[in-house]
Design a binder for this molecule. Structure first.
Ligand SMILES: NC(=O)c1ccc[n+]([C@@H]2O[C@H](COP(=O)([O-])OP(=O)(O)OC[C@H]3O[C@@H](n4cnc5c(N)ncnc54)[C@H](OP(=O)(O)O)[C@@H]3O)[C@@H](O)[C@H]2O)c1
Length: 319
């Protein structure tokens, strides 16, 4: 297949593009050419890079035609955030491609009723990002189911991989949380630490994209959660990280509004975004229809990422 990946040199693309090349596909990566993938791989030598700034092309109403000119069989769109960004692609590519696989997010869901949350549950998104992604999903599924446009949406959780910091046990990106747990220092946790996080390894997200393409008949017109097999409680996550360093976690539980007073406001907002959703998603549908078989549990994925960060000296821990 001629596969065009839009935004293929980031978290997902680092794993997805080599998988596609190794699968024998002819891959074009569309980016601004500013970033390198997180991990080197020989496969990148066989990837065509097309430098396009999506925002600029969308403003000039050229983006759809620019992608069509690449004559793709399949488009994997990793950086679409609202229906208005998908529409020019749908209009330009209708009748021209076999599959358009778009990256969503599990934040199409707000607070859940039943967990693990399934794709068909009522959405209740909140926050601009989740609301726009839910609207994007509605738009693409309508185009697929009513008008035959071959769209699929894949919704990752918190993406983890070698090269960047995972969402921490307090639901933000403060690296000091890992350091404190590693040193056996006290860590304040919001509430009772029983709210949840749901990570996924970037290579498992990549697997889902490849499998969606393989199981075309099951994938078109559908959306799928792409997360690890089980969500994590924040408390259990903290205790497990401490145990990796031979420590017993010293956790202090503080009501969220009190907890946030001692935290950088941006990190506190990020924690709120996580605990207010307490993600816990089902992958039964992806397992059944796409043969999605995540290689990593949440803790395995995080362990790999933390080990890599320590090996590179990017995470300050004792010993
Ligand atoms: N990260 C998470 O935990 C998470 C969780 C759930 C869902 N998601 C979804 O995952 C998708 C993002 O995937 P990712 O995390 O792999 O992305 P990423 O790491 O942010 O990488 C973004 C990619 O897009 C390119 N890019 C950025 N701006 C561009 C522009 N204006 N024009 C063309 N290319 C551009 C970047 O390369 P250049 O900078 O070189 O252009 C890079 O290749 C989004 O749809 C997001 O909603 C992410």
């Amino acid at each position: 297949m001629k596969v065009v990946v839009i935004g293929g040199s980031g978290h997902i693309g680092t794993y997805l593009v080599p998988r596609l090349v190794e699968g024998g596909h002819e891959v074009t990566n569309v980016t601004r050419g500013l970033r390198e993938p997180y991990q080197p791989h020989d496969a990148w030598k066989r990837v065509r890079l097309i430098r396009i700034d999506r925002q600029k092309e969308e403003a000039g109403r050229r983006f759809g035609e620019s992608i069509k000119a690449l004559e793709p069989d399949v488009v994997m769109d990793l950086i679409c955030f609202k229906p208005e960004s998908a529409r020019p692609l749908v209009e330009a590519l209708r009748g021209q491609i076999r599959h358009y696989i778009c990256c969503g997010t599990t934040w199409i869901h707000g607070p859940s009723v039943l967990v693990p949350t399934r794709e068909e549950e009522c959405r209740n998104p909140f926050g601009e990002y989740g609301i726009q992604k839910a609207a994007l999903e509605n738009y693409l599924l309508e185009e697929a189911q009513a008008k035959g446009f071959p769209a699929t949406l894949l919704h990752p959780g918190h993406i983890v991989g070698k090269g960047w910091l995972p969402i921490s046990p307090v639901g933000n990106r403060d690296p000091l949380i890992f350091s404190r747990l590693a040193k056996g220092e006290e860590v304040e946790m919001p509430n009772l630490g029983m709210e949840t996080l749901h990570h996924v390894h970037a290579d498992d997200v990549a697997q889902a994209f490849v499998k969606a393409m393989s199981f075309w008949g099951n994938a078109v017109g559908e959306s799928f959660h792409v997360v690890s097999p089980q969500a994590l409680t924040m408390r259990g996550y903290a205790e497990t990280v401490a145990s990796w360093f031979g420590r017993e976690a010293r956790l202090k539980f503080v009501p969220f509004e009190q907890w946030r007073k001692g935290v950088d406001p941006e990190q506190a907002d990020m924690t709120w975004d996580h605990i207010a959703r307490s993600p816990n998603y089902s992958i039964a549908k992806a397992r059944r229809l796409l043969d999605y078989q995540p290689r990593y549990g949440s803790l395995q994925a995080i362990h790999e990422s933390i080990t890599w960060l320590m090996e590179k000296g990017l995470l300050a821990v004792d010993g």
